[in-house]
Design a protein around this ligand. Structure first.
Ligand code: NAI
Length: 326
């Protein structure tokens, strides 16, 4: 058995974590031979609820769990962390503007960025799930000078997986036979789920589906899937979000085996001319614990326009938090 690694999860008593922590503990994320020490962060009012989660975790008797450290102090929860999944964030309250939301979250992600920078393993790989995920990750990146900027990412894997599932339904294949989907940009309703290069069972998808379905059905369905789930379930997507977080980290750590995945990464040096100071979702492959952007993809006028819109939204979000870094 390998030596244990430390995995920090924030928002540990929340909905997503109720699925996520158990998946990590069972070995779905880092493999069946990798013990983990779980370092679980919550805010003081949720520490009681977290105790309940800890009791359930104990009752699973997972062989891979080598320790559990609950805390309401980021300096403790991030100590020596090898992986950090930042799920906890401030939800939008009544009457709250998007800029207020960005600022409220800025307060969380500056503190957590500093704590990670000061206390985590300097090689720590970070995934920001809590919304607005891309800009929260950008705030974190700017607050964590000792971390490698390439090791800070944000989650668009749920959007990627949703795209694969919609395509599979449409063309009549299994979702695992869908490849080369790309989600560009922000994890928001401006995201661009792009099927220009996608294949289903080896055949190009773009020519197999009508333009009208692609532009007027598929794209809005993926963009608004989160809202549709809230309407149906009365609560936001949690199990599928946890699954996406597990898959994001698994592929990053263990390799995507040549498959394209979508990840929000720091845009510096990107090959597509995107503003170089954003957390932006690109087509990615992962190998040996590092990610690479898939380069050289042609984009038609429609794609360029969609990508521009999501880039502009991220630039506006960055503008709203600019005061924090003066
Ligand atoms: P939730 O409200 O059930 O849980 C959030 C938890 O975070 C709460 O227990 C809260 O006490 C905790 N928390 C708040 N501030 C914290 C802090 N400073 N430190 C540590 N913990 C803190 O929410 P849920 O459903 O688990 O979702 C979490 C976040 O994930 C939300 O922002 C949601 O919008 C986002 N999300 C992102 C997705 C993506 O694809 N990127 C997909 C689905 C959800």
């Amino acid at each position: 058995m390998k030596a244990p690694v430390r995995v920090a999860v924030t928002g540990a008593a929340g909905q997503i974590s109720y699925s996520l922590i158990f998946r990590i503990a069972s070995g779905s994320m880092l493999g069946p031979d990798q013990p983990v020490i779980l370092q679980l962060l919550e805010i003081p009012p949720a520490m009681n609820a977290l105790q309940g989660v800890l009791m359930e975790l104990k009752d699973c008797a997972f062989p891979l769990v080598a320790g559990v450290i609950p805390s309401d102090d980021p300096n403790v929860a991030f100590k020596d962390a090898d992986f950090a999944l930042l799920v906890g964030s401030r939800p939008r309250g009544p009457g709250m503007e998007r800029s207020d939301l960005l600022k409220a979250n800025g307060a969380i992600f500056t503190v957590q960025g500093k704590a990670l920078s000061d206390h985590a393993n300097p090689d720590c790989r970070v995934l920001v799930v809590g919304n607005p995920a891309n800009t929260n990750a950008l705030i974190l990146l700017k607050s964590a000078p000792k971390l490698n900027p390439r090791h800070i990412t944000s989650m668009t894997r749920l959007d990627h997986n949703r795209s694969m599932a919609q395509i599979a339904d449409k063309v009549g294949c299994h979702s695992s036979d869908v490849e080369q989907v790309v989600v560009w940009g922000n994890h928001s309703s401006t995201q661009y789920p792009d099927i220009s290069y996608a294949t289903a069972a080896g055949k190009p998808v773009r020519t197999a589906v009508a333009d009208d379905w692609y532009k007027n059905d598929f794209i809005p369905t993926v963009q608004k899937r989160g809202a549709a789930i809230i309407k149906a379930r009365g609560a936001s997507s949690a199990a599928s979000a946890a699954n996406a977080a597990v898959e994001h980290m698994r592929d990053w750590a263990l390799g995507s085996k040549g498959q394209w995945v979508s990840m929000g990464v720091y845009s510096k040096g990107n090959p597509y001319g995107i503003d170089e100071d954003l957390m932006f979702s690109f087509p990615i492959t992962c190998e040996h614990g590092e990610w690479q952007i898939v380069g050289g993809l042609d984009r038609d006028a429609f794609s360029m326009d969609m990508i521009k819109k999501t880039e502009q939204e991220l630039q506006a979000e960055r503008e709203a938090i600019a005061d924090m870094f003066k």
